[in-house]
Write a protein that binds this ligand. Structure first.
Ligand SMILES: *[C@@H]1O[C@H](CO)[C@@H](O)[C@H](O)[C@H]1NC(C)=O
Ligand SMILES: *[C@@H]1O[C@H](CO)[C@@H](O)[C@H](O)[C@H]1NC(C)=O
Ligand SMILES: *[C@@H]1O[C@H](CO)[C@@H](O)[C@H](O)[C@H]1NC(C)=O
Length: 199
């Protein structure tokens, strides 16, 4: 809808940018991600780390894309693989407060959350650490420069009951997931972390 009102140059940029976790350091694409997801998927994510997931399956489906559905797991961290991020693992303590900063570049009002995800099961552990049911990244707020600060700079508390589930690097990610309800696009960023077994 909005794009109809925008000049061509701005229209081109709407394809380019939406949002990502700027801090802590997020999972990046590299050779392992290319081996799992194919070069076109990973190049697209690398060219624009704010891109939406829905644009990727079409690239993956193209003949000769090098995409392996079972290895890539496109809906988890946009298919970016832990093996490319072993140097980027955050070490947290149970109960620790972790500051998260989101870079929003193009708004699409919707819902969002940050969760601990068990990567092997591709399932959230427990409840989201924080969530917004609606009104996240609202266009009117954004263009009025009134995006609520707590949507883009907030703290989450690392659960105390993870046991040893996240003791091994790669076993868990902190995943930020925002869905723009009007745009029907999902944005995801993952942070690799460990929490030492509590007993
Ligand atoms: C995302 O991409 C922007 C623009 O290329 C870059 O400045 C930024 O460092 C990247 N951040 C992450 C977390 O990948
Ligand atoms: C996050 O936690 C830190 C340390 O407790 C605190 O200084 C900071 O103000 C908090 N930030 C937000 C946005 O609540
Ligand atoms: C987290 O947000 C995503 C995107 O809106 C949504 O699909 C998912 O159901 C949410 N997860 C939970 C546990 O609420």
């Amino acid at each position: 809808m909005l794009s109809r009102l925008l000049p061509i140059a701005a229209l081109a940029s709407t394809a380019l940018a939406h949002g990502y976790i700027a801090s802590p350091p997020a999972r990046q694409g590299g050779d392992a991600s290319i081996a799992a997801c194919g070069r076109s998927v990973v190049d697209t994510v690398r060219a624009d780390n704010t891109s939406h997931v829905e644009g990727l399956p079409e690239l993956a489906a193209a003949a000769g894309s090098g995409y392996h559905a079972d290895l890539c797991n496109l809906w988890l961290c946009k298919g970016l693989q832990f093996a490319d991020n072993v140097a980027n693992v955050q070490s947290y303590k149970p109960g620790q407060s972790v500051n998260i900063q989101i870079k929003l570049t193009i708004p699409h009002t919707g819902n969002a959350n940050v969760s601990v995800v068990d990567t092997a099961a591709n399932a959230i552990i427990g409840e989201p650490l924080i969530s917004w049911d609606k009104g996240y990244a609202d266009e009117r707020d954004f263009y009025a420069k009134k995006t609520p600060k707590d949507q883009v700079n907030f703290n989450v508390t690392i659960p105390e009951d993870l046991g040893d589930k996240c003791a091994t690097a790669g076993a868990c990610v902190l995943q930020w997931w925002w869905y723009g309800t009007g745009a029907r696009q999902s944005y995801e960023t993952c942070v690799d972390f460990t929490v030492a077994a509590s007993s």
